[in-house]
Design a protein around this ligand. Structure first.
Ligand code: FES
Length: 285
């Protein structure tokens, strides 16, 4: 897979012709007929290398779309499909770091060439993908992938081992795995987002899981959570500045008789009293 591309255009015919050209050229292609839907796709899947978007679309135009896109994806490559753009929209597009233009109607050859250049440009400006998690870990991850490739259930095992190795599964790791296993990034992303065990954000050395299920809730789990948040100065789903602790919540650990329950790494702390909650932290350095 040469890269993952999202094409956004309100004309179905443009989307279809992009798929026809880019898929056989080795790209994973997703499409959207509106900017709103495209933002949703991008929110669910951080693994895209390139967005090709029309400038004129009903609802939200290409410029507005790029502004919103840049808030969350500052380094993604964007190619703009244009008819007759105004000077003003060209200026805005340049400010939003559009890497190239595709004048409508465009030939298949021009589309393929533009996509290739835009993805190359992204790689150059970001450096090799392995920089996101270090060349040594990238090499080890490749070894893991090669050792498991083709075996039943290999994806889950690769993801599990990748998380053990790197600590979490950011988009760069997912792309690396997708290329190694020759699978679409969207499939990898789907599995990573489905299982709560996998994390796309960095985690702390120690992972605190507080149960907010009914039995724990009625026994002051909320107060325990408030104490932990206050002490660690983080919210649920965040990591402390020193990367020592992550704070997560779960819905019932199946140990309701021991409520309220806090699990740190593999250790279960039962019948936790809010006043003693902070003492638990002292056990982990
Ligand atoms: S509700 Fe917390 S363990 Fe069941």
């Amino acid at each position: 897979m040469k890269g993952a591309i999202l094409v956004v255009d309100d004309e179905e015919v443009v989307l279809k012709s992009c798929e026809r050209v880019l898929k056989p050229a080795g790209y994973e292609v997703s499409t959207s007929t509106s900017a709103q839907k495209a933002l949703q796709i991008l929110g669910e899947n951080g693994g895209f290398d390139l967005v090709i978007t029309d400038i004129k679309m009903p609802g939200m135009d290409g410029i507005e779309f790029m502004k919103k896109l840049r808030e969350k994806n500052p380094d993604i490559s964007v190619v703009l499909i244009t008819g007759y753009p105004s000077q003003e929209s060209i200026k805005e597009a340049l400010a939003l770091r559009v890497v190239d233009y595709l004048p409508k109607p465009f030939s298949p050859a021009l589309l393929a060439e533009t996509a290739e250049k835009a993805i190359e440009f992204r790689k150059k400006t970001r450096g090799p993908e392995s920089e996101d998690f270090g060349p040594e870990k990238a090499e080890k991850l490749t070894e893991i992938i090669n050792g498991l490739k083709g075996k039943p259930g290999s994806l889950l095992t690769v993801l599990q081992k990748a998380q053990e190795l790197i600590g979490y599964l950011p988009p760069a790791v997912q792309r690396h795995i997708a290329r190694g296993l020759n699978m679409p990034v969207s499939e990898i992303h789907g599995v990573v987002s489905f299982y709560p065990f996998f994390s796309m954000k960095p985690r702390g050395k120690h992972i605190i899981k507080i149960c907010l299920g009914a039995a724990c809730y009625v026994k002051q789990a909320e107060q325990i959570l408030a104490r932990l948040k206050g002490k660690l100065q983080i919210d649920l789903g965040e990591v402390t500045a020193d990367r020592l602790f992550s704070l997560e919540s779960v819905r019932c650990l199946g140990a309701c008789g021991l409520a309220p329950v806090v699990v740190v790494d593999k250790n279960t702390h039962s019948s936790v009293n809010p006043d003693e909650a902070l003492d638990i932290l002292a056990q982990y350095q």
